[in-house]
Design a protein around this ligand. Structure first.
Ligand code: ADE
Length: 242
């Protein structure tokens, strides 16, 4: 998968995108991440990427031209659809990012993230180029760079071969609509606190059932909203009848 990022701060991506699982996925060739500096696509001598808003008001708006120039270089004509490619505007106005969206984004062969700063991006960029707008939550950050990294971090887990061992992205929290069960590692007793007995039983079915029950408990305690409208399948009904 190829990821292009249009930003005025390409240097922000250097450390986080070359570390840990994302960095390893890049090294393995599963992913390539290319930040493009929007200033390289300006035409004036000051390399100006923003200007005052028409109609007045506080702050600055990112100019259309650097985005148009960069996107023309990357993809050719506006709205020239290519199978497997998606142009995403990263903005608090977008639909909220989720685990399902991470899985979907991982299925494309090319993603282009447009990172806004200041009061946003000239509307003509959205009208002309953007396939989808995505937010990472109902709060306002200073730009789209961190949200873009959040989305890349979440989607990389769905790229086949990205998670080192046998681990599957599907086994984690949210993939089955539940929070993850509690985890323990050695020692068996730490400061008087013992690891729950089923986990030490060596009995796979017992461990699986304990984990599923704990996942439900935890979800009920912390994120009851995730259980709304969910009906228990027969296996879970049996589990809770125990
Ligand atoms: N830009 C600023 N805040 C944002 C958010 N919450 N999600 C996506 N892009 C943003």
């Amino acid at each position: 998968m190829k990821i292009h990022i249009l930003t005025i701060f390409p240097e922000m991506f250097a450390g986080p995108m070359s570390t840990s699982i994302v960095g390893r996925a890049c090294q393995k060739g599963l992913l390539s991440i290319e930040p493009h500096n929007l200033r390289d696509y300006t035409k004036d001598k000051h390399r100006q990427i923003d200007d005052r808003p028409f109609g007045g008001g506080a702050g600055m708006v990112m100019k259309a031209e650097p985005f148009f120039e960069a996107l023309t270089t990357l993809v050719g004509a506006p709205k020239e659809k290519k199978e497997g490619r998606k142009i995403i505007m990263v903005t608090p106005q977008g639909a909220t990012f989720s685990q399902a969206k991470a899985r979907e984004l991982a299925s494309y062969s090319e993603l282009i993230f447009l990172c806004g700063r200041y009061e946003g991006i000239d509307e003509r960029v959205r009208e002309t180029w953007v396939d989808e707008e995505v937010s990472i939550g109902d709060y306002v950050l200073t730009g789209g760079e961190l949200p873009t990294m959040v989305m890349i971090d979440a989607l990389v887990r769905f790229l086949p071969g990205a998670l080192g061992d046998e681990a599957s992205a599907e086994e984690e929290s949210f993939s089955d609509g539940l929070l993850e069960y509690p985890q323990y590692t050695r020692p068996e007793v730490y400061q008087g606190m013992a690891v729950p007995a089923p986990l030490l039983s060596g009995h796979h079915e017992q461990i699986r059932r304990w984990r599923r029950k704990e996942a439900f408990k935890r979800t009920y305690q912390f994120r009851r909203d995730l259980l709304k409208g969910r009906s228990l399948d027969i296996e879970d009904q049996v589990l809770f009848a125990e």
